[in-house]
Design a protein around this ligand. Structure first.
Ligand code: MG
Length: 389
C-alpha cells in the first residue's frame, strides 16, 4: 500500500522495493508493509533467529548471562545500521532485515564450531557460516505452505551473502553473479557489513573486560580506544571502572558511526551514483570508514585477536567445542539412525540423490542449527551412558 512508503524520503541510490528483483517464488504484495519489512518480519519469526539467543558470539552461552549472544549482537548491528541508514537516506527496512539475518547460519560455539564443521565437511564441499545463512533462509526454514525457506527478496539475500568463493558463486546462479562479475551489493548490504564491525569491535572490548580477560591498562596503548580512555578519565576522574568502560564503548561506537557517515557521504557524492544499479556497477564499496579509522580498526582487531579471541581461556573452550562438533558429526555420519526421524528421512533422501556428500550435508545442517546448550546435551546423550534424557 502506497501509504507505507510515501511518507519516507529516501535518497535516489537507496534500495527501492518496487524495483527489486523480487522473490524466488512470486507472491502478492503485502497489504500493510513494504516488501523489505515483510522480509524483516519473516526473519524475526524464524526458528533460526530464535536460536541465536543460545549461540556463541565470543563466549559460550553458559559462561555468563551478561555476555553478548548472537541474538543481542544481531540486534546491536541492526540498531547501528538503522541509525546510519536514516542519516544517509538509505532503506532502513532493508538494512534492518540484512542485519538481523546476517548471522543466521552460525554454528553453535561460534567460529570454533564453524572451523570444526568445515574440517568434517572437507571432502563434501566444506562448511561456511555465511553460505549457511543463505541455506537457512532459502531452504532450511520450513514455515510456509507455498514455498521452502522464507522466500526473501533478492536484495535481502544479496546482503546476507557477504562473501563467497568463485567456485561457490558459480553454483548460486543470480545471487552469486556479483562475485564473478566483481560488482558491488546495494549500499544497504555494504552498510550492514560495516555495522557488524562497529558492533563487534566495540562490544567485544566490553565483554572482554567484564570477563576479566582484558584489562583497562592493556587498552591504554590500543589505537582508537586509548585516546577515548584518556578522554573519559579527564572528563570523569572519579568514575568507577564499570561505568568508565561503558562510556569508552559508547564513545567508540559514536566515533566509528560518525566516521562511517561522513566518509560514506563523501564517497557517494564523489562517485556521482544516482540509482541502486549504478551503486552495483561502481568499482568499489561506497559505504566506508576513512583511511585512518580503517587502519586503527585493523590494529584494534589485531589486539582483540591476540588478547581476547586467542586468550587461553577462550582458546581452551574453543578446543572443547571443536571436539563436541567433531564427535557429533562423526556419530551421525557413521550411523544416521542416531538422527531424529525428520533428519533421518532427509539423510536417506539426500544420500539417494547425491551419495555420501548428501548425507554429510544433512548432518552438517542439523549440527549447524543447534544452539550451544543443545549441542552439549546431545553430546551427553550420544556418549554418556548415564545420560538418560
Ligand atoms: Mg556478526
Amino acid at each position: 500500500m502506497a501509504v507505507v512508503a510515501s511518507t519516507i524520503i529516501r535518497a535516489p541510490y537507496a534500495a527501492d522495493p518496487s524495483r527489486s528483483r523480487g522473490r524466488r517464488y512470486p507472491e502478492p504484495s503485502p497489504q500493510f508493509r513494504s516488501e523489505f519489512q515483510r522480509d524483516r518480519d519473516r526473519i524475526i519469526h524464524s526458528a533460526a533467529f530464535r536460536r541465536l539467543e543460545y549461540k556463541t558470539q565470543v563466549f559460550v552461552n553458559h559462561e555468563g548471562d551478561w555476555f553478548r549472544t548472537r541474538l543481542t549482537h544481531s540486534l546491536e548491528v541492526a540498531q547501528i545500521a538503522r541509525t546510519v541508514a536514516r542519516l544517509l537516506g538509505l532503506n532502513e527496512d532493508l538494512v534492518e532485515a540484512i542485519a538481523l539475518a546476517h548471522d543466521l547460519g552460525h554454528t553453535p560455539f561460534g567460529h570454533a564450531g564453524q572451523d570444526a564443521l568445515n574440517q568434517c565437511m572437507s571432502d563434501y564441499g566444506g562448511f561456511e557460516h555465511n553460505l549457511q545463512s543463505i541455506r537457512v533462509v532459502d531452504e532450511l526454514e520450513e514455515r510456509y505452505a507455498e514455498f521452502p525457506g522464507l522466500n526473501l527478496t533478492f536484495d535481502t539475500r544479496e546482503g546476507i551473502l557477504k562473501h563467497c568463493s568463485r567456485a561457490k558463486a558459480a553454483e548460486l546462479g543470480e545471487l552469486g553473479l556479483r562475485f564473478l562479475e566483481k560488482r558491488q551489493p546495494s549500499l544497504e548490504a555494504q552498510l550492514a557489513n560495516l555495522a557488524d564491525e562497529v558492533a563487534y569491535n566495540s562490544h567485544d572490548i566490553d565483554d572482554g573486560l567484564r570477563a576479566g580477560l582484558l584489562t583497562v591498562e592493556q587498552l591504554e596503548d590500543v589505537p582508537l580506544v586509548g585516546p577515548l580512555l584518556d578522554r573519559v578519565r579527564r572528563e570523569h576522574p572519579e568514575l568507577p571502572q564499570r561505568r568508565m568502560i561503558y562510556q569508552v564503548v559508547r564513545y567508540l561506537i559514536e566515533l566509528l558511526v560518525a566516521d562511517l557517515i561522513e566518509s560514506s557521504r563523501a564517497a557517494i557524492e564523489a562517485s556521482g551514483v544516482s540509482d541502486p544499479e549504478e551503486v552495483r556497477a561502481f568499482g568499489e564499496p561506497l559505504i566506508r570508514f576513512s583511511d585512518p579509522v580503517r587502519r586503527d580498526l585493523r590494529h584494534l582487531k589485531g589486539f582483540l585477536f591476540k588478547n581476547l579471541y586467542r586468550h587461553h581461556r577462550v582458546y581452551r573452550m574453543a578446543a572443547k567445542s571443536k571436539r563436541v562438533v567433531r564427535a557429533l558429526f562423526q556419530a551421525f555420519f557413521d550411523d544416521p539412525a542416531l538422527l531424529p526421524p525428520q533428519q533421518q528421512a532427509r539423510a536417506v533422501a539426500q544420500e539417494e540423490a547425491l551419495g555420501e556428500a548428501g548425507r554429510a550435508r544433512v548432518v552438517a545442517d542439523y549440527i549447524a542449527g543447534m544452539t550451544d546448550r543443545f549441542a552439549i546435551a546431545e553430546y551427553g546423550r550420544l556418549f554418556d551412558p548415564m545420560h538418560l534424557t
